[in-house]
Design a protein around this ligand. Structure first.
Ligand SMILES: C[S@@+](CC[C@H](N)C(=O)[O-])C[C@H]1O[C@@H](n2cnc3c(N)ncnc32)[C@H](O)[C@@H]1O
Length: 296
């Protein structure tokens, strides 16, 4: 059989076996199989079927070393998305690095809700607060091409990634570096603007929940994106609701991803800010993970 490169000895089958031998105990067999597929697609442009059919094909020495270094990083439970530097969200390719949260499937559901509600509307303005990789803002800009989309984050490093992702996906977004917790900050130059939609997936994991969080998240994803203090878990929801009271147009809507354990409390908070038609929605796993409300 023709090798992919003439210098190596390890075959694709050997490599696959090495992944399973070194990683199954940590990640489980099915997860490791998905690592093999992702890594070989990214680095050798091979589909899962090619891996099966070309098991005896040898790989080059340099690729062998690269794959061994990837296995070492996976042993340390580094997320595969950071290792490859990319992920997929709502069918779009996005760059990610340790300054950005890795976008989650439940956030795709939230974005799907906003798209379904607004696809027939023209010229709306949207603000995404805590944009991270830009996944929400970019997907909305892509699917609602007449919308003007703004995206805010306190992290300059995350905003750099988000801006790169906007260019990659050919959408025009205005990025703002500011803290939503300091709405008096002169940097918050959206404070005089009115939006049709405000959306946020803010930090919402209480520090007391950290023992239930997997190592790949806890040890590698940005804590700035994840955690809030135990005694004020809705701090971002309060600040954003307060901002939305002033900066949403009448009948404008607010969409939140929420902590599955704090659905009732988050709903109550929105009603204290006199939002109407507050709707909690479950994700595909049956957990309350999203909320929508209308400004009265
Ligand atoms: C849960 S992540 C969400 C990232 C992205 N929107 C997503 O859904 O994958 C929360 C984001 O809020 C940002 N953030 C944290 N504190 C903030 C603050 N005070 N003001 C604005 N953004 C903040 C973090 O940098 C992070 O990107």
């Amino acid at each position: 059989m023709q090798p992919l490169d003439d210098k190596g000895f390890m075959t694709l089958k050997d490599l696959k076996n090495l992944f399973h031998k070194d990683l199954d105990a940590i990640h489980g067999k099915a997860e490791v199989q998905s690592f093999v597929n992702l890594v070989l697609e990214y680095h050798l442009d091979l589909k899962p079927i090619d891996i099966v059919l070309s098991g005896e094909t040898t790989i080059s020495k340099s690729k062998e070393l690269l794959f061994i270094s990837i296995i070492d990083r996976l042993k340390k439970e580094e997320p595969i998305q950071y290792i490859l530097g990319e992920t997929e969200f709502y069918g779009l390719k996005l760059t990610v690095n340790p300054s950005t949260l890795i976008p989650r499937p439940e956030t795709e559901e939230l974005v799907g809700w906003i798209i379904a509600d607004h696809k027939h509307l023209d010229k709306i303005s949207i603000l995404d607060i805590g944009t991270g990789s830009g996944c929400i803002a970019i997907t909305l800009a892509k699917h609602l091409p007449n919308a003007r989309v703004y995206a805010l984050d306190v992290s300059k490093d995350a905003l750099d990634v988000a801006a790169k992702n906007a260019r990659l996906n050919q959408v025009d977004i205005e990025f703002i570096e500011a803290s939503i917790l300091e709405s008096t900050s002169s940097k918050l130059d959206v404070s005089s603007m009115k939006f049709d939609v405000i959306v946020s997936n803010p930090p919402y994991v209480r520090k007391l929940e950290s023992s239930a969080i997997k190592n790949n998240v806890l040890n590698h994803e940005p804590h700035l994106a994840l955690f809030v203090e135990n005694d004020d878990p809705l701090v971002f929801y309060k600040a954003i609701s307060n901002f939305a009271v002033h900066n949403l147009k009448p009948k404008g809507s607010i969409y939140f991803e929420i902590n599955q354990y704090l659905g009732v409390e988050t709903k109550q908070l929105l009603s204290q800010f006199e939002f109407k038609n507050i709707e909690l929605r479950k994700d595909i796993f049956g957990k309350y993970r999203m909320l929508k409300a209308i400004k009265s």
